[in-house]
Design a protein. Sequence first.
Length: 317
Amino acid sequence: MLKLNHLTGFGSGVSAAGASLPVNGYLAGGRNGTRTTIMDKLVFATSVTAVDTDATLSEERDGMGVSSETQTHGYWSGGHPDPTVDEDSIMKTTFATPVTAAITDVMSTARNAMHGFSAGISHGYFVGGHSTGDSDRVDKITHATDAVAVNTDATLTKERTKPGCTSDSGLGIGYTAGGGTADTVIDKTVHSTDVTTSITDVHTYGGEGKGSHSDTTISAYWTSTSGNTTTNKMSYATNSVSAVTDADSSISRQDGSGVGDGGTAGFGYYISGGITAAISTDRLTHATDTAAAHTDADRTNTGFPNQGRSMADFSVT
C-alpha cells in the first residue's frame, strides 16, 4: 500500500486533496505458488524501492483489498494466505512506525483477488474479489474507528475478480475497472453517497488483473493484462477513455499493481506481475504520458510478484 495511495492510495486509490503531498508508496505481499509477507517501500522523491522489515505483513497474503487514510495509516484486507483459504481479516499499517498488525473488525465475507480505493481521511472501500465465484460486493471501512461493514449502495454493476481501482479526491469519485466477467466496463462510486453506477466510456481491452494508479486529480491509468501491454487513460473531468501508446507497459503485467506519487515528482509506477512473474517496475511520466523500465523501483520480493498490492501516504517524514 502507499501511504498516499490514490485514495486507495495514489495508485490504488486516492489523490492529493490537501496541501501535503505523498511521501512513500508501500508495496505488499504477492505470490508465485506460495505467498509472502514482504513489504517494500518506494520513496517518491528518489524513485527507489527497498524492503521495509518493520512494516512486514502479519500473515502471508496476495490479492488483497487496500485503502489508505492518507495521513497516518492504511489497510490490507482479505486475500489468500494459501491457495485453499479466502481471508476476511484486515491488517493495518501505521505509517509513522511503520508497523503492520491485524485489526478487530473483518470483512463481510472472505474474499481474494480484490482491490480497493479510498475517499481520503474519512473512509475507504474494499471492492469485488472471488470466493465461490466472482463478487460484486463492496465493504466500507471508516478510517477513524476501523469499523467495517458491507455497503449495498456501493455494490458493483458487475461481478469482478482482480479489478483495478483508482480514486479522484477532487471530485470525490472512485473508479473500478475490469476484472473477470466485467470485461471493459468501468464503474464509478461517489464518495459522499456510496452509490455506484457505470460510466458510458469503456476500456479498449478487457480482462482481469489490471494495474491502476492516478496522477493528482486529472487522470486515471490502467495498464496491461495477460497477453498485452496496453495502457488506458481516463479523464476524471469527462470520464473519456483512450489508449495511450507511449504509456504502454514494457511487459505484460497481469496481476501487477500500480501507484502514483500524487504530484510529488510527477510519476506513476507499474509494478511487477506478468506470466513470467517479473519483479520489474515501469515509471510513467505524467506530463508526457511516456513510460519506461525503472530498475531502481523494482520490487525486492523475487519469486513473489503477482497480485501484490500498493498504496501511498501523505505523512510528513
